[in-house]
Design a protein around this ligand. Structure first.
Ligand SMILES: NC(=O)c1ccc[n+]([C@@H]2O[C@H](COP(=O)([O-])OP(=O)(O)OC[C@H]3O[C@@H](n4cnc5c(N)ncnc54)[C@H](O)[C@@H]3O)[C@@H](O)[C@H]2O)c1
Length: 326
């Protein structure tokens, strides 16, 4: 195949980013798109010159001749989309988080795996050009602690409803959790807590602030913090510590400090098109080695965030039988 013919299911915010870079790839063609929001669909279709549009993705899968499908629906809206796409044998790119519940997501994973189709999940941070040198540098050290942050303001709409987005940890901070899994290692146990003392508005059901504790299989520990109640912004990134090693990693670059030297690297690429390039290359060649996050890996990250959220309900209560000064 010289040119990959692409279809979209869901053409809202994130799809705009994917459509932008795909429209510039010489070996990709935007062929069809679908969205249940007719106005949004019409706007995207016009902006990207796509004539073949659908209100129901099943019609698109039946009628359009596609080499790959991007699934860019919100976390609560996955339904049976993945199963229906892979039933046509078409490679699939699914935006993160892949679902809000493990049980249906595991079934989707098994269906995708058994179908053998090329699959990718949108954990785009893995594609930053700082990640390979970071992983190389960490290979010489035993990481002992990671502190992550996704601390800023709140997007609107479904994002603010916990039953629709999964909450900030599951929907947004998942990028930082995924980066920690990718560069530090797999997680064996989780814990955490959350707080909302001054809600961001009258209708939001997500928590203002949370901490997720990660206990890595290799013995390292971590805490990933989230806040959507800081409209003035704060920070997004991951700090990593080993003996005599400090790493400060953000999307914009990283600094690695030892007692002897400081290494600085600014990010030199755009993670979105880099992620798309890897997927389209895999679709065209059949070689999936360029894909850094497949559905199974995306599912592992989902599991950590969902279980950390569940762990919020459990805590060890102090049973203090004395008061200082008595
Ligand atoms: N990788 C990233 O950095 C990144 C950034 C933003 C969003 N996301 C993820 O992308 C997903 C979508 O987020 P968004 O911000 O684009 O949301 P959005 O609400 O802007 O867009 C989602 C679109 O999907 C459509 N839709 C819903 N159900 C549908 C269905 N059954 N068939 C067809 N269309 C349907 C909606 O009408 C809407 O237009 C979320 O899972 C989000 O977490 C990822």
């Amino acid at each position: 195949m010289d040119v990959a013919r692409i279809g979209f299911i869901g053409v809202g915010g994130v799809a705009g980013g994917h459509l932008n870079y795909l429209s510039k790839f010489e070996d990709a063609e935007l062929v069809a798109m679908c969205d249940i929001n007719a106005e949004q669909l019409a706007k995207r279709a016009e902006d990207f010159g796509v004539e073949d549009t659908y209100a129901d993705y099943r019609d698109m899968l039946e009628k359009a001749d596609l080499d790959a499908v991007y699934v860019c629906v919100p976390p609560f809206a996955h339904g049976s989309i993945e199963e229906d796409v892979v039933a046509t044998g078409t490679p699939i790119f699914v935006e993160k988080p892949v679902h809000l519940d493990m049980e249906p997501a595991i079934k989707k994973y098994e269906t995708i795996r058994d179908s053998g189709v090329i699959n990718a999940v949108g954990y785009c941070v893995r594609y930053l050009d700082t990640i390979v040198p970071l992983k190389e540098r960490l290979a010489d050290h035993k990481v002992e602690m990671a502190l992550g942050y996704y601390m800023g303001g709140a997007p609107g709409g479904w994002w603010q409803q916990r039953d629709r987005s999964g909450g900030q940890l599951v929907e947004q901070t998942t990028h930082i959790v995924d980066t920690a899994l990718y560069v530090v290692g797999d997680v064996a146990a989780v814990g955490g807590g959350f707080a909302t003392r001054t809600p961001i508005n009258d209708t939001a059901t997500i928590d203002n602030m949370s901490i997720a504790h990660l206990y890595f299989e290799n013995g390292a520990i971590g805490t990933i913090t989230s806040s959507c109640a800081l409209s003035q912004g704060f920070k997004t990134g991951l700090d990593i510590f080993a003996r005599d090693l400090v790493v400060e990693f953000t999307y914009g670059g990283m600094e690695i400090r030892t007692p002897d030297d400081t290494y600085n690297q600014q990010t030199g690429n755009d993670m979105f098109p880099a992620e798309g390039r890897a997927f389209i290359d895999a679709v065209k060649s059949g070689d999936r080695s360029s894909i850094l996050c497949d559905y199974g890996q995306g599912l592992k990250t989902l599991e950590v965030t969902l279980l950390a959220f569940d762990a919020f309900q459990q805590r060890t209560v102090l049973e203090t039988s004395f008061q200082p000064g008595e």
